[in-house]
Design a binder for this molecule. Sequence first.
Ligand code: G
Ligand code: G
Ligand code: MN
Ligand code: NA
Length: 254
Amino acid sequence: VDITMKLRHAIAADQLALYYQPQVDLASGRIVSTEALLRWHHPQAGFIPPDQFIPLAEQSQLIGPIGDWVIRQACRDLRAWHDAGIPVTPVSINLSLIQFQLGSVPNSVHKALSDYDIAPELLTLEITESVFEQHCQALQHDLEALGTMGVRLSLDDFGTGYSSLGHLKDYFFDEIKIDKSFISQLDDNPYPQAIVKAVIVIAEAIGADVVAEGLELTSQIAIVRQLGCSKGQGYHYSRPIPEPRWRQLLMEQT
Ligand code: G
Ligand code: G
Ligand code: MN
Ligand code: NA
């Protein structure tokens, strides 16, 4: 309750920040895109991890304004990089189901893209697979509207949810992210390898890109590449970093 009160003031008090984690082409090691991850620094309580405050934001519906802040901040950053002459890559942001239930997502995205004059294909919306576990009237319609708008849609944490394949039948996704729980087991066991291979084949069949998450070891990178995955992210390449360092990385790559 106390922390929810603090969270209520976090936007106005300028305590939120987007960190950026590179997504790389596994063959060349080049950065091709990035995932924006929300961070909250409270002046007294210190760093509060998203695993703690996102659920509170969802319960209190603060995820509405916080989610809108994330959408706008990603577009603001894209605009700033572009204006600084930095060759930008697409940015992925994470969305919560509650944001769709609150009914604001397509409008917020459309307004942010238009206010900051950002090409829709520079924005990818990650939706975690668990959103499909609860009924949400708006979801199908909103995802279609967002797809029509031209933003990319990504199915996050793939393989961890209930009835993963059903979602691929009912919705269109440009990208599938293989959950890090599969990647962390790749070395030990043939079954995760078989499953990752199958996901890559399914993604190819439906025309979706695949991103391997949680790459920490060169051995994991070698295995996912051998299985046909061309893109990944993880601590091996970089942790999520503050915007100034991300900007530096982008500039160094030119
Ligand atoms: O950054 P980290 O790995 O600690 O993130 C923990 C969890 O918080 C992940 O599931 C991630 O998707 C989620 N998360 C991070 N940033 C955001 C955000 O901006 N919005 C939502 N809804 N979830 C986020
Ligand atoms: O749920 P989602 O995939 O959006 O969350 C991404 C989370 O995974 C972020 O909190 C990020 O900090 C974390 N993450 C990114 N790379 C790695 C990694 O290589 N290993 C582990 N354990 N976590 C990672
Ligand atoms: Mn994600
Ligand atoms: Na994920």
